[in-house]
Design a protein around this ligand. Structure first.
Ligand SMILES: *[C@@H]1O[C@H](CO)[C@@H](O)[C@H](O)[C@H]1NC(C)=O
Ligand SMILES: *[C@@H]1O[C@H](CO)[C@@H](O)[C@H](O)[C@H]1NC(C)=O
Ligand SMILES: [Cu+2]
Length: 694
């Protein structure tokens, strides 16, 4: 949730330099071990309308921008993000393999003269077709250059130096991170500001566990000047003892029996195909997958083949993590502003380091690289950012044993094999793992897991008994002098479901209502009855989950019928979740208003992609999902988009130190009356001969 950590940041920085100086190295076959096919980035052409910008396209965008405004050539305008401006949905849907690729456009978010710029560049005509300055409040996501420059600013200050000296902290051990901004009213408007928190790296690589508490800086990011320093006096810096987490550096033995290594083996090789870099085919699924600077990973045009008719049927046009909001629960100076918007402020792409083979992804994984853009407009490779693998986790797809029929011995069971697309983003201290898992029975499961380091607060207390009668501070003591500050994590997904086509989709709330029976009618007194309500407008589809008022949430195509006359659909199946309990007029919650409901359904609008707004950094929250949904547009029998927010309340505990065991939550998109009957009835069981022992 912070900016990239300093050591990693340096690494990244040198990585970027490496790429700049040996830029030609991204031209020519880039072979990565474990990858089957790599393409030659220098001559790469888009093969699908949704393919990300290629290296030559990125260079061309930069050239067009420089011609349009010399600020881009001279380096006074900085590119904060550049991505394909996707063609209109209709064009994409109509496109068939072999057709010409629709005109390519790029959307560029930039900063020049302290102002946000939103530009659309047409690659075919070679022109900038739209150039808006500050269309809303807020700024584009930070660049690596921003983060690096700002982390040096504290040392310009005599006052900061004095505060550090007064604490007896050697300068050589300081690491200053730039983790948060937010928006808290007019005194920080009109300029890009950021807060700074420093840490000690003395005797540890786990700097997050050694905060230099009580010293907080606010910096003007464009002038690289300190706006404010708050020094509340020294707080003990937690010791480095026990903060190590690297394998091979731990000195204490573990009292645990070794578990033998295990691996998924596919003697006949993988059964999925990745064509032209981003188009995936597996079992009955076809979809497009691409790395994205902001969302990390985007799944598009997910289509499932009907096992009875062979028809390729549309399920989802586009799905991705639209925003990741993490408000901390400490109102004190230096902490109140810690409410991150990780996708819109930092981007989930730049912090997705290469996945670790055999550990992040199994041996049978295939890796996809990301190609992003430096602030100067050059292509930057983000290797092994996404992995794709088939998973057999010992689960059962369906089964039945029959014991009541004399003379027949029936024991039918089928293994459940799924296809997983995974990325992991280390947004500073936290690591988020995103999985999109496809099942042959048509189900899609989305899982978000969190690991990495807590954001902790230094304290004078070493033991809960030191607190006496006082309550916990802003969270539990998780190690000596270390408070794990209570916080929430919310991940809001954009789910543009297109069930059997874009149009004629409706959102149906299937309510389970308790019925009471009058005495004498039955021996039962109560039962549940299903009643369906079709949401007419966006406000009908602002949903707060409740166990005592249960609904199923169906997205159906009202223009089509199953054999039995039911409209085919998919239902959203929520999993473990948490709601934001912050006041709606609390500054972080105004910007995080997309968490005011767990489910929303909006009318499709290609400009409404980012739940917190296009320009998230320091935005005032006037461009959020809440604002769009409150327009209350008609959503019945239309092209509609579902939004689901998954969340965790996180009350830290000792086990979260020094690195957190992974926690996870998921939701499912499950067919309802979409298939005529069980779509995996005909899949084969495994036999001994299928799996030779190697
Ligand atoms: C603060 O201390 C650092 C490290 O010793 C030094 O490089 C820097 O010049 C100092 N800044 C000022 C303004 O004295
Ligand atoms: C589409 O979204 C943009 C941004 O929210 C908005 O300005 C525009 O009015 C919307 N169009 C419709 C038809 O709702
Ligand atoms: Cu957490």
């Amino acid at each position: 949730m912070a900016g990239p950590s300093f050591p990693r940041l340096l690494l990244l920085f040198s990585g970027l330099l490496f790429l700049f100086t040996t830029y030609s190295s991204i031209y020519g076959p880039w072979s990565l071990s474990g990858s089957k096919t790599r393409f030659d980035y220098s001559s790469e052409k888009p093969h699908h309308p949704l393919d990300p910008l290629t290296a030559p396209e990125i260079e061309r965008v930069q050239a067009i921008l420089s011609g349009h405004d010399s600020a881009f050539g001279s380096g006074s305008a900085m590119i904060h993000s550049m991505a394909l401006d996707e063609p209109n949905k209709q064009r994409v849907v109509q496109w068939k393999k072999g057709d010409r690729i629709p005109p390519r456009k790029a959307e560029v978010l930039a900063m020049s003269n302290g102002e946000s710029r939103v530009l659309t560049v047409d690659l075919n005509s070679g022109r900038v077709v739209s150039d808006l300055t500050s269309p809303t409040s807020g700024y584009p996501m930070l660049t690596m250059d921003d983060t690096i420059a700002v982390s040096q600013v504290p040392f310009k200050s005599v006052e900061f130096n004095r505060s550090i000296e007064a604490r007896g902290i050697p300068f050589s051990s300081l690491v200053c991170l730039t983790p948060f901004a937010g928006w808290f009213g007019p005194d920080e408007e009109g300029r890009r500001v950021i807060k700074i928190q420093c840490y000690s790296k003395q005797d540890t690589v786990n700097i997050y566990m050694r905060p230099i508490e009580g010293l907080y800086l606010t910096v003007d990011m464009d002038k690289l000047e300190i706006i404010k320093i708050i020094d509340k006096g020294p707080v003990p810096v937690p010791s480095s003892i026990g903060t190590e987490y690297r394998y091979g550096f731990l000195d204490k033995p573990v009292h645990m029996d070794r578990v033998n290594p295990m691996s998924m083996e596919q003697p006949d090789g993988v059964s999925f195909r990745v064509e032209d870099g981003y188009s995936v085919e597996w079992a009955n699924w076809v979809f497009h997958i691409k790395p994205d600077l902001r969302a990390g990973m985007i799944i598009s045009q997910a289509t499932v083949r009907d096992s009875e008719t062979g028809e390729a049927r549309s399920v989802m046009y586009k799905g991705f993590a639209s925003e990741l909001y993490v408000p901390y629960m400490d109102p004190e100076e230096g902490w109140y502003s810690r409410a991150y918007m990780d996708a819109g402020e930092f981007g989930l792409g730049p912090s997705s380091m290469p996945l670790v083979p055999l550990n992040d992804c199994p041996r049978n994984a295939y890796y996809i690289d990301g190609l992003f853009v430096s602030p100067q407009g050059n292509p930057v490779l983000q290797p092994k950012m996404i992995c794709l693998f088939e998973r057999y986790a010992g689960e059962i797809s369906w089964r039945h044993s029959e014991i009541l029929l004399p003379g027949v011995d029936i024991r039918e069971s089928r293994p459940k094999v799924t296809l997983v697309a995974r990325m992991a983003s280390s947004v500073g201290n936290y690591d988020y793992i995103f999985d999109w898992e496809f099942q042959m029975d048509g189900l899609i499961r989305v899982t978000v897991a969190a690991s990495g380091m807590l954001m902790v607060k230094g304290t004078a207390y070493e033991n809960v008994h030191d607190l006496g009668e006082k309550e916990d501070d802003s969270g539990p003591l998780i190690s000596e002098n270390t408070i794990g500050v209570v916080h929430d994590h919310f991940i809001s997904f954009h789910l543009d479901m297109d069930i059997d086509g874009s149009e004629n989709n409706s959102f149906v709330k299937v309510h389970l209502e308790k019925q009471r029976l009058p005495p004498g009618k039955s021996r039962r007194k109560s039962y549940l009855k299903v009643k369906k309500y079709v949401a007419k407008t966006e406000k009908d589809a602002q949903i707060k989950l409740s166990m005592y008022d249960p609904y199923e949430f169906h997205l159906v195509n009202t223009n089509r019928q199953s054999r039995l006359g039911n409209p085919p659909g998919y239902k959203l199946v929520p999993g473990g979740n948490a709601a934001s309990l912050l006041d709606h007029d609390d500054p972080p919650q105004i910007r995080g208003a997309f968490t005011n409901n767990q489910i929303w359904v909006t009318r499709y609008n290609r400009s409404e992609q980012w739940a917190g707004g296009l320009l998230m950094y320091q935005s005032r929250g006037e461009d959020t999902l809440q604002v769009w949904s409150d327009r209350d547009r008609s959503i019945e029998n239309k092209d509609i988009v579902m939004w689901y927010t998954l969340g965790f309340h996180h009350v830290p505990c000792q086990e979260d130190f020094p690195v957190m065991p992974t926690i996870s939550a998921s939701f499912e998109l499950k067919p309802v009356n979409f298939f005529e009957s069980n779509p995996v009835l005909g899949i084969a069981p495994y036999f001994e001969k299928d799996l030779p022992v190697c």
